[in-house]
Design a protein around this ligand. Sequence first.
Ligand code: SF4
Ligand code: SF4
Length: 111
Amino acid sequence: MDLSRFQCRRCGACCRWEGAVRVSPAEIEKIAEYLHIDVREFINRHTVLTPDRRSLSLPEKADGSCVYYDDVRKACVIQPVKPRQCSAFPFEWNFPGWEELCEGGRELRKK
Ligand code: SF4
Ligand code: SF4
């Protein structure tokens, strides 16, 4: 599949499916600053330990979607400072069957 032709259709599926959104220390600083929250407070109250206990991630809502996904606006509320894990999908990482779940992926399969 030629990912150079991939176009994100902003369907929001990648923000709603389950799975840890890891954040680096530098990303935490940027997000905290963007939200006007003290970094220490952000770490304590707005991040969780990943299941492998190797890093911090953004919390999930009860349905598994990212806490920063706005269901009404259908958009990321921290878009300008979203983690690299988000902006790197599907170019730098993806998983078997991702193109079935992602609107841009489904379109790419038809091209
Ligand atoms: S940080 Fe933004 S782009 Fe990343 S999963 Fe959450 S809502 Fe989606
Ligand atoms: S699932 Fe695909 S098309 Fe939908 S927002 Fe994520 S990257 Fe874009």
